[in-house]
Design a protein. Sequence first.
Length: 509
Amino acid sequence: MFADWPLLSLFIWLPIAGAVAVLVTGDRNAGAAKWLALLVSLATLALCIPLWSNFDASTSAMQFVERSSWIPAFAVEYHLGIDGFSLPLIVLTSIVTVLVLIAGWEVIEYKPSQYVAAFLALAGLMNGVFAAQDALLFYVFFEGMLIPMFIIIGVWGGPRRVYASLKFFLYTFLGSVFMLLGLIYLYLKGQSFQLADLQAMSLTMTEQTWVFFAFLLAFAVKIPMWPVHTWLPDAHVEAPTGGSMVLAAVMLKVGGYGFLRFSLPIAPDASAEYAWLIIALSLVAVVYIGFVALAQQDMKKLIAYSSISHMGFVTIGLFIAIALVLDKNSADSAALGMQGAMVQMISHGFVSAAMFGAVGVLYDRVHSRQIADYGGVVNTMPWFSAFVVLFAMANCGLPGTSGFVGEFMVILATVKMSLGVAALAGLTLILGAAYTLWLVKRVIFGDVANAQVAELKDLNSREWVVMGTLAFFVLLIGLWPDPLIQVMQSSVEALIQHITASKLIGIPG
């Protein structure tokens, strides 16, 4: 039934068309605009059912393919398709978009129609990133999604929103310029922007090295990796709650996805050669940034640094995998590392969205993000506190929550390569517990801190929907990760087989 449907185009253009319709509706009828946005996001989410149920996990081939000529002069195509790496990220985007719209339903009073329209447009562009199979099309979506987030931070952000939005845009835009240069070089060499063609192209080690670092600059900023991470805390602190949720849950994952789709398969030899560098930078993120998080007094800034630390596990998992494939006896461990990186991306999407959403619930009531302004919240908001403790445990990597699964898989794979690296990576479990439990102790437990906290009201129905949904997925992935692992299994195996074969073979000196 759905075989002839342009499902992937619907994931991209339905939200974007919905954004245009919401803008036409305008603020004069803000209620209708918000309901229209919610219905469009729910319709997009409903498309995940046929997308997931009709996905064939037994093959690594691209599915739901749509292909037509776009710019014939340069052989650029409107080419869409998904595999086991893309599917979970599109589903994550669709779920988080619905929750973000519900979370801001009664909170955003300034230009509400434009606010919800920006999130719909952002969702469509992010889906385009995960579905694009033409490198130039990917780049268009990759750059395009900066615009709605730039507007979200710059218009609905905090007192330093202009500074934060400009810093966010400049960092991410300048990084991606290097990726464009790499893509142009590959096009001039192979006369194609198709990802399959680029991944099959033979390159010398020098060429692979330049291409690898061009992609690294783009994707390292997006994750973000140390030391190009400084834009993220400012962006999170100044962004509205919905902006922080989407930024942490989905936009950071584009960097990890870029490594999977571009760096590893296009430049596998250079990726293996410089895996030590990425692993070293990732360990700095895991350990050093964990200590930085301990020193924070602003809740959002603490969670922002926590995100940087936890995303370090993604790059460790990916580049441990390519280091392990050099050892023919370690293919299973390489697959484990890559699967762990993907599970960590999805898990972090839900956990980070939940943590930022929880801060938003408190900020809506007290209008402060400072830890010192809280204390004893459990006495007045017991249900909210229960959710916060669950999400905090997931952030610590407690078994039974989603936060444990990906990190544990990555550590197991890392042990195969180096016990020292595994021990350093494992420090995040200690540091994560330290700063997260410190946050919970200061904010949730203890005596009621002041009159404002004493007058707090527990979750309303809208907040119950957001917190309850996120809690459901945190527990589902933690207790039953198999469907997520199985859906990416064939894609992981195919990528490992691809990067095992050197692309230097047959290239003259």
